[in-house]
Each structure stands twice: as C-alpha cells, then as structure tokens.
Design a binder for this molecule. Structure first.
Ligand code: ZN
Length: 354
C-alpha cells in the first residue's frame, strides 16, 4: 500500500505547530519531541514511522497511519488547540513576470485577454481521508485520499505530490486574503462522489475474483452432492419396487438436497462483497494562487475575466464556462458577453423564461 504523503506532512506540521519538534532519522522515520498534552505535562521523546518498512529498522517506533492512535492523538491535540486540520502549503507564490506565462496557458478564440492587476490569495482545498473496507471471506482495507478545491469544486489530483514537495506549515507564511469556500456538506458530497468513482475499479476486480471463486466452490459442492445422490439412485435401482428400504433412501435423498441447497446459499454469502467506507479525517489546506484580473475583448463585446496562476504546478487553472459550467483551457466570448468553452461559444441566445 502506498503511503499517502499528507499523513506524514500533516503530523509533522501539527507537532511543530503544537510546539514540538521532529528530526528525520531515515526516510519515513522520525525522532519527535512530543508536545506536552497539558500545562503540567512533560515533553516526551518518541519515534514515529510513516512507512511500514521503516518499522523494520526501528522496532520501537510507532507506525502512524490514518487509523493509528498516534494520528488520532495528534488530531485531538490539534483540535483542542484550535489548529485542527488546517495548514498552509509551504510553496512560494511568484508574482513577477507571471502574467505572460499565465496567458500562454490558455487558447483564446477570436478574442484577446488583457491583464490588469494581480494579487496572491490563499485558496482553500479539503483533503478527505477515507478508509474503504472490503468484507467477504477475508477483510481488506484501502486508504483513499481525495482533494477538492473548496473554491472552485475541482478535484485536485496532484495535491499529494505538492504536499510532499513543499511540506505544510501551521501558520500562514503570508498575510494574503482567503478565497471564500463552498459549504462543508457540498465539499463532502463532492468527495463522496469522487470516492465512489475511484472505488469502481477495485470493487469490480474483487467482485470478479469472488464470482470466479464462488463458481469454482459451487461446482465442487455440486459434484460432491451429485455423486452422493447418484450412489443412492444406484442403490434404489437395485431394490425391488416394494422393498421397505426405499423409504429410508428417499428420506436420505431429501436430506442431501436440503444440505446441498444450504451449502449453495452459504457459499453465496461467504463470497458476497460488502464495502464499508468511513471518513477518517479532513485536512483543510490553503494553497497559494495568483489571481490576475483582466478583460477578455472580442470584436464587439468584452467581459471581465480573472485568470488564476498555480505556482505549484506552474500553470494557469482552468476557467469555468459560464454557460455549461465545464472547465476549459480554451476560452471563447459569447455574443451575450459570457465567457464560454468552445462548444458554447456559438450557442444560440436562449430565452430562459417559459
Ligand atoms: Zn460550455
């Protein structure tokens, strides 16, 4: 199982934010000065491992995973201090010479974009950590991390890499304004939808594997009961029509059929798959972004258009089409003055009243 980068980054940022300290001994293995849990408490020294392989190097270390008591304790401490699940990506937001590179991220159709002013913002993202348990004849677990842009509802696919590269800090390194965000319920719904999409493939693989094992086991059971019933059939065939043993053999046959049906149903239950999903934690992460206000001008119309530079990915962020809500890097200007994707740019002017 690949270890999600955010657990390590979040734990270390939380420990530092709480007044502790951490020193890396080996990849994924740290000596930590654990912050005191109350005013009278002492600082403890502990060893934390974020990688099961690191545990092998130091058997006394505690393994920190999504479900581990160590992480739960950190989250509890951080919550108590009002710092929960909130961190800033320690990445720089360059502001010089970006507008030209920003403009080059897009293809503008029959119009031109003129930048005016740019300023950095903190843009909120939510990292939802889910545990998926697959229950059948065995139990398996997967950890799934889903990052959502809380300003623009985008799924952020490469956020874990950015977290690994830049690390997290508990306090804002710059006093920039923060973008408004969607409600927690909306964000959770988006994360659940994405989780379901991501689970389709692993659930499908497990279902197919269980179905083939079920077919094999049912085939074996059927062969076993068929053989027993065939033997009884042979015994019956060798008896005269009025033999008193026939009734006992009939009863035996009925019992075997019942047992066979019971076994078939039992195998069906054994190889059925149930998937349980639980949300383990949410980390709110603020990402640096440069927002450049400007104007998109066509031959007759013009519209204000802000483009957003992502200093982590070194590219512009996609623009949302004002007609169909799709995200796009190809920007058109509709004759009503809306900023659109290429498929909406020539759309007829619709009357919204009925
Ligand atoms: Zn569109």
């Amino acid at each position: 199982m690949k270890r999600p980068a955010s657990v390590e980054a979040f734990t270390l940022a939380a420990i530092e934010g709480l007044g502790g300290a951490a020193e890396e001994q080996a990849p994924g293995l740290y000596t930590v000065l654990w912050p005191p849990e109350d005013d009278a408490g002492d600082v403890e020294t502990r060893r934390l491992a974020f990688d099961p392989d690191a545990i092998e190097e130091d058997g006394a270390a505690e393994l920190v995973t999504f479900a581990s008591p160590t992480l739960e304790r950190i989250v509890r401490l951080a919550t108590a201090s009002g710092r929960v699940a909130r961190a800033f990506l320690g990445a720089p937001a360059q502001t010089r010479g970006i507008t030209e590179r920003l403009a080059r991220s897009y293809h503008v159709l029959d119009a031109s974009w003129t930048p005016r002013t740019g300023r950095p913002w903190w843009v909120p993202a939510g990292i939802f950590l889910f545990r998926a348990s697959y229950l059948s004849d065995a139990r398996e677990e997967d950890l799934v991390e889903i990052a959502i842009g809380l300003g623009d509802r985008r799924i952020l696919r490469r956020l874990a890499e950015a977290v690994e590269r830049f690390g997290l800090v508990p306090d804002a390194p710059e006093a920039w304004p923060m973008m408004p965000e969607i409600t927690a319920a909306d964000a959770y719904a988006l994360a659940r939808d994405e989780l379901e999409r991501r689970l389709l493939a692993p659930v499908g693989v497990r279902r197919r594997e269980l179905a083939s094992r079920l077919a094999h086991e049912r085939g074996r059971a059927a062969a076993y009961y068929d053989e027993m019933m065939r033997e009884i059939g042979e015994q019956q065939a060798s008896l005269p029509a009025e033999a008193p043993e026939r009734a006992a053999l009939d009863a035996k046959l009925r019992a075997i059929r019942l047992e066979r049906d019971g076994r078939t149903a039992e195998l069906g239950r054994k190889y059925a798959l149930a998937v349980e999903v639980s949300l383990l934690s949410v980390l709110r992460l603020y990402l640096p972004r440069l927002v450049v206000q400007g104007t998109l001008a066509g031959k007759r119309e013009s519209a204000p258009l802000a483009l957003v530079w992502d200093p982590v990915e070194q590219t512009g962020e996609p623009v949302r089409c004002q007609r169909c809500r799709a995200l796009t890097y190809e920007i058109g200007l509709h004759r009503t003055g809306s900023v659109t994707c290429p498929s909406c740019v020539g759309a007829p002017i619709t009357c919204r009243r009925r």
